[in-house]
Design a protein around this ligand. Structure first.
Ligand code: ACM
Length: 769
């Protein structure tokens, strides 16, 4: 009797503790809703639960089906949409104002989602799907806590740009992106459909745009060029995508980039180029010289293309690029100069504005609106045009203050091809590191916009340019999880911003994305290692001290030294580890529920490892910065190797090398295609004097400084003939005794007409005592 009573008491306490926990545990929601009021109790959603929608309400039925689809994939529960009333139900409520606004109420009797608009119902469904999928109990009933959510977006444009022009992705890939955008309430998918390197939109009237313009021959770093690569979307495929996206609240904004970034167009139809020549579809990343001709027949040609584009993409906005159009071809064309005189235009910038205005007016006459990159402001902006600001925020501030609508998409913060960490396992990208926290901190309402012009800020957009993103995995890796930060800064109230809370709410979203088949980068949560003091001192003392940290600072770091994978029971890291060189540290951060936040990463402390550095640990030589992390070839599908490089001067340094302890070295070198459109920056490429036909790798102790003392040459290796040598090779050499510790500078002197070179790894060998 007494035993039973105490058991009963214990059970009651447990249940109430669990209930209290559920009421205060952070809700697994990203983006954070506008307002959440927690109640008492919960409603349990089980397999087979009915989801009711009003009879004849197609929008509500669609929202119910999407709810069921997400919950099935992300939580393993099968929900049953039905017409009529049910404990989980969608209702129309004209009192919930705003097309994207909704209310979601949960109590012990059921769940009710109310909205006036289809998209409101959809977003209510996405919020409920998140509430149903907070944990790892896949397929088991879930208790949704009682609450009342009233939600609506802060900004109307919550965008993501995909660039299939640089590296084509199959249409199925875009479907997956649309699904996962909708899951976090992003609503604008900008497709960069044309560029110098490829034309991806089928135009029935001008078939050569894709017959010729959709294919390019990859650059070579010596030897035979690779097979052609490319592809395009048919209009039928894109119509299917547009309908699919619309059903998920996502509008697609197509971009035809002009008058620059037009080389694929000119390759297909040279009569619409400027100087009459026919270029190949470009394989050079960056800025290329080919421009659209502003002549009347080319304006009509583009209008024909726009007719087909508008027939496929029914949304308001058509993006016509306008970025990075170097005007040299127009400057050098007597015909374009005569046209400018005839129009009374003084500068090529004004010519660009005139041209954009032609298209702006054409689109406006069809009820559409032109949007372009901020360069379209430069020669005066057509009244109807909207601006996407990428060169910082100035374009947005100027345009909004002039009364134009703007979207904030500034590089480098919202350029998702910017690497998200300095980790050595990061795939290629731009080396300006923009962390999850950097994106989360970004405020889309820039300072300097007059209060009465704030309404012109439509919202924010992140761009995943794809020069260095080849595979679906790589594109997803840059998008997820930073898309969650983008969603929150563009949907949630500014006052709700809270990075620590976001990190907790993000974990279930990461789990949902992974269950949906997405690659999600764990860069922000992976353990990184820093040696305290210099490697040389550690080697001398035979004692190495290593600090462990994650970029986001989330969770508890746990580690092992015996080679086993760390679990939630492994040693918790408290202070830098002081070790005799030899062991490999394996560590991961764990959340409060004991789940690892990232795959464990290793750090070898052997003496050989302490004397080795790889590309991600090199620094730039004095002249320049390592701006890119590039793959072995433009089409390489592997994430590694990747080389941190300065394409203007191929020089890297092994910093603070333990030269005093070394008697030799191995340098692993890769030859990479030089395929960059540098335009006027071409004069910044530093040519060295090569003293053998293909140039040399020159190693010096310390890096040369202008007008400084000459640095001692440690070794010189003539480079092999690019036409016949493999593209990865190694050099070994010896080092004299008596060197001081310090930087080793690795300078290539190959002609700038040749491929360029990067060091993948340098290993010093230890001098025997
Ligand atoms: C751009 O990055 N050229 C818009």
């Amino acid at each position: 009797m007494i035993r039973n009573a105490s058991l009963l008491l214990a059970t009651t306490l447990l249940v109430s503790a669990a209930t209290a926990g559920a009421q205060t545990a952070p809700l697994p929601l990203v983006p954070m809703p506008q307002s959440v009021t927690r109640g008492a109790g919960s409603f349990t959603v089980s397999d087979g639960a009915h989801v009711g929608t009003p009879a004849g309400d197609a929008g509500a039925a669609a929202a119910a089906r999407l709810l069921a689809a997400h919950v099935k994939t992300e939580r393993g529960l099968t929900l049953a949409p039905v017409q009529g009333d049910a404990p989980i139900r969608f209702v129309r409520d004209a009192g919930v104002t705003g097309e994207e606004a909704y209310r979601l109420d949960v109590d012990g009797r059921g769940i009710r989602i109310a909205a006036s608009g289809d998209r409101g119902l959809l977003y209510g469904a996405m919020t409920l799907a998140q509430l149903i999928s907070p944990d790892r109990a896949f397929g088991k009933p879930t208790a949704v806590p009682a609450l009342a959510i009233a939600d609506a977006p802060r900004f109307a444009w919550r965008g993501l740009m995909i660039d299939p022009a640089r590296h084509f992705q199959p249409i199925e890939f875009l479907y997956g992106i649309v699904d996962q955008m909708a899951a976090v309430k992003l609503n604008t998918l900008h497709l960069h459909l044309t560029d110098d390197q490829g034309w991806r939109f089928e135009v029935k009237r001008y078939p050569k745009l894709t017959e010729i313009g959709a294919w390019r021959t990859p650059p070579s770093s010596g030897g035979a060029p690779g097979p052609r690569v490319g592809g395009f979307y048919t209009q039928a495929q894109l119509r299917g995508l547009v309908a699919y996206a619309a059903a998920r609240g996502v509008a697609i904004v197509p971009e035809i980039d002009l008058p620059g970034h037009a080389q694929a167009l000119v390759a297909a139809y040279p009569e619409h180029g400027v100087l009459g020549d026919r270029p190949a579809v470009s394989h050079d990343w960056g800025v290329n010289p080919y421009l659209l001709n502003p002549q009347a027949k080319s304006v009509r040609f583009i209008e024909d293309i726009l007719d087909e584009l508008m027939a496929v993409f029914p949304g308001t906005y058509i993006h016509l690029g306008g970025d990075e159009a170097v005007k040299d071809q127009w400057e050098r064309s007597p015909q374009v100069q005569a046209q400018m005189r005839g129009l009374g235009l003084k500068t090529e910038m004004q010519m660009q504005s005139w041209l954009i205005d032609q298209f702006g007016a054409y689109l406006a006459a069809k009820g559409r609106r032109l949007i372009g990159w901020d360069e379209i402001l430069e020669g005066g902006l057509p009244a109807s045009a909207s601006v996407m600001s990428w060169r910082g925020e100035k374009g947005a501030v100027d345009a909004a203050n002039q009364g134009h609508d703007v979207v904030l998409s500034p590089a480098p913060t919202l350029y998702f091809d910017s690497l998200q960490s300095d980790r050595g396992d990061e795939p290629p990208g731009r080396l300006s590191i923009q962390t999850l926290a950097d994106v989360y901190k970004y405020e889309p309402m820039p300072a300097g916009i007059a209060p009465d012009k704030a309404r012109h800020v439509l919202g924010a957009q992140a761009n995943s340019w794809s020069e260095y993103l080849v595979t679906p995995y790589q594109v997803q890796h840059v998008i997820f999880p930073r898309a969650a930060a983008l969603a929150e800064i563009s949907w949630s109230p500014k006052a709700a911003r809270d990075f620590t809370g976001f990190l907790d709410r993000l974990q279930p979203q990461i789990a949902r994305w992974r269950r949906s088949g997405m690659e999600v980068a764990d860069s922000a949560f992976a353990v990184g290692y820093t040696i305290q003091g210099s490697a040389a001192d550690a080697l001398r003392a035979n004692r190495v001290t290593v600090a462990l940290a994650t970029q986001a600072g989330a969770g508890t770091i746990r580690y092992t030294l015996d080679g086993s994978v760390p679990t939630a029971r492994a040693h918790a890291y408290a202070a830098p580890l002081s070790l005799t060189p030899g062991a490999t540290i394996r560590a991961a951060a764990f959340g409060p529920d004991g789940a690892a936040l990232a795959t464990a990463r290793d750090f070898a402390t052997s003496r050989a490892a302490l004397m080795t550095r790889d590309a991600s640990q090199f620094t730039a030589c004095p002249r320049g910065a390592l701006g890119l992390r590039v793959p072995l070839s433009s089409e390489a599908t592997a994430n590694a190797p990747a080389f941190n490089a300065n394409i203007f001067d191929t020089c890297t340094a092994y910093p603070a090398a333990p030269l005093s302890l070394s008697d030799g070295f191995t340098v692993e070198v890769a030859r990479l295609p030089r395929h960059y459109g540098l335009a006027h920056d071409i004069t910044k490429v530093r040519q060295h004097y090569n003293v053998t036909p293909y140039g040399e790798l020159v190693l010096t102790a310390g890096c040369p400084v202008t007008d400084g003392p000459k640095r001692p040459v440690l070794a010189t290796f003539p480079l092999p003939d690019p036409a016949s040598a493999p593209n990865r090779f190694r050099f070994t050499g010896t080092l004299p005794a008596g060197l001081a510790d310090g930087d080793i500078c690795m300078q290539f002197t190959s002609p700038t007409s040749d491929p360029f070179y990067a060091v993948e790894r340098m290993q010093l060998t230890e001098r025997r005592k």
